[in-house]
Design a protein around this ligand. Structure first.
Ligand code: SAM
Length: 290
C-alpha cells in the first residue's frame, strides 16, 4: 500500500509552526519557472493549490477570500469600469469581479503561465466563464513591471498575490505600490492580500505604512478564512478617498440590489461594513503603522 502522504504548509516555519494536509491524490505537481506548484485532492478541503509551500486556494473555502477581495472594493467604489488583478492565476477573483455588469474591462496580470494553464484544466468552474467573457483580458507578465509601464488606468486594483516570497516579494514593495498609484484613476482603490496579522504583523504594518506615504487613506479590512490559518486575514486598503471605507451599509445594499443581488456565501452588505471593524490588537498595530 502506498505510503500516506501529508503536505506541510511551510509558510510559518520561522515561527516553528506548520499545518499539514493529508493527500488523497496529487493532481499536478511541478517546479515552474517561478515556483513549486502542487494541486491535490484533500479529504476535507477538496481540491487544494499550494505554491512554494503556501496554501493558495481550496475548493472548500475559496469563496470567502474571492468574495471579500472583489465585492468590498467594487461596492465601496460604486462605479468601477476598469479593474486590474495582479496575480490571481486561478481566476477565482476574476469570476467574482465579472459578476459586476458595470465593469467594462477586467485585466489580469499573472506572472506564471503554468498557473493559468493548470487552472483551465482543474478549476474550469472559474476559468470557463472568465475566459468566455469578452471583458476579460489575460496578460502574462510580472505585475511590478506591468504597473510601472502600462498606459492603462484603473478604478480598482486587486493584488491577489502569493506571500512576500519568491516572485510575490516585489508585490509588497514601495516601488510596486507607486506603480499601482500611477495607474489608478482619481478616487480609485487598491486592495491587497496582506496575510494573517497574528502570524505576519510586520507584513501588514509595512504595507500600510507604505500606503500612507502614497495615499490619503491606508488601512485594512478582515475576513476569517479557515485555510489561511491564524484567525483573521487582512486585506490592505489604499485610496485617496477617505470616505470609501466608511460607505454606509444602506448604500452598499442599494448598490448590491442594482447589481442584481447575485448570490454570495460570505460577503453581504452588513459583512462588508463589519469587515472594517478591526479587532483591537490589529487596530492598534494599524494605527502605529508608518
Ligand atoms: N488566493 C491566494 C492567496 O491568498 O494566497 C493567491 C491566489 S493566486 C494563486 C496568487 C498568484 O500570484 C499566483 O498565481 C502567482 O503565480 C502570482 N504571482 C506571484 N508573484 C507575481 C508577480 N510578481 N506578478 C504577477 N503575478 C504574481
Amino acid at each position: 500500500m502506498a505510503e500516506e502522504r501529508w503536505i506541510p504548509e511551510t509558510l510559518f516555519d520561522e515561527l516553528g509552526f506548520r499545518m499539514s494536509f493529508k493527500v488523497k491524490k496529487v493532481l499536478y505537481e511541478m517546479q515552474t519557472e517561478h515556483q513549486h506548484l502542487v494541486l491535490f485532492e484533500q479529504p476535507f478541503f477538496g481540491k487544494m493549490l499550494m505554491l512554494d509551500g503556501a496554501t493558495q486556494i481550496t475548493k472548500k473555502d475559496e469563496f470567502i477570500y474571492q468574495e471579500m477581495m472583489s465585492h468590498v472594493p467594487l461596492f465601496a467604489h460604486g462605479k468601477a469600469r476598469d479593474v486590474l488583478i495582479i496575480g490571481g492565476g486561478d481566476c477565482g477573483i476574476a469570476e467574482e469581479v465579472l459578476k459586476h455588469k458595470t465593469v467594462r474591462r477586467l485585466t489580469q496580470v499573472e506572472i506564471d503561465p503554468a498557473v493559468v494553464e493548470f487552472a483551465k484544466e482543474h478549476f474550469p468552474e472559474f476559468t470557463k466563464p472568465v475566459f468566455a467573457d469578452k471583458r476579460f483580458e489575460s496578460v502574462i507578465d510580472d505585475g511590478m513591471k506591468y504597473v510601472a509601464r502600462t498606459d492603462r488606468r484603473f478604478d480598482v486594483i486587486i493584488v491577489d498575490s502569493t506571500d512576500p516570497q519568491g516572485p510575490g516579494k516585489v508585490l509588497f514593495s514601495s516601488k510596486f505600490y507607486e506603480g499601482c498609484r500611477r495607474c489608478l484613476n482619481k478616487g480609485g482603490v487598491l486592495v491587497t492580500q496582506n496575510g494573517v496579522p497574528i502570524f505576519q504583523p510586520s507584513e501588514l504594518t509595512s504595507s500600510i505604512g507604505k500606503f500612507r506615504k502614497l495615499f490619503a487613506d491606508g488601512a485594512c479590512y478582515v475576513a476569517a478564512i479557515p485555510t489561511y490559518v491564524g484567525g483573521h486575514m487582512a486585506m490592505g486598503w489604499a485610496t485617496d478617498n477617505k470616505n470609501l471605507r466608511r460607505t454606509p451599509a444602506k448604500t452598499i445594499a442599494a448598490r448590491y440590489r442594482s447589481a442584481g443581488s447575485f448570490s454570495t456565501r460570505y460577503w453581504s452588505p452588513e459583512v462588508h461594513v463589519a469587515a472594517f471593524a478591526l479587532p483591537r490588537f490589529i487596530a492598534e498595530a494599524v494605527a502605529k503603522a508608518g
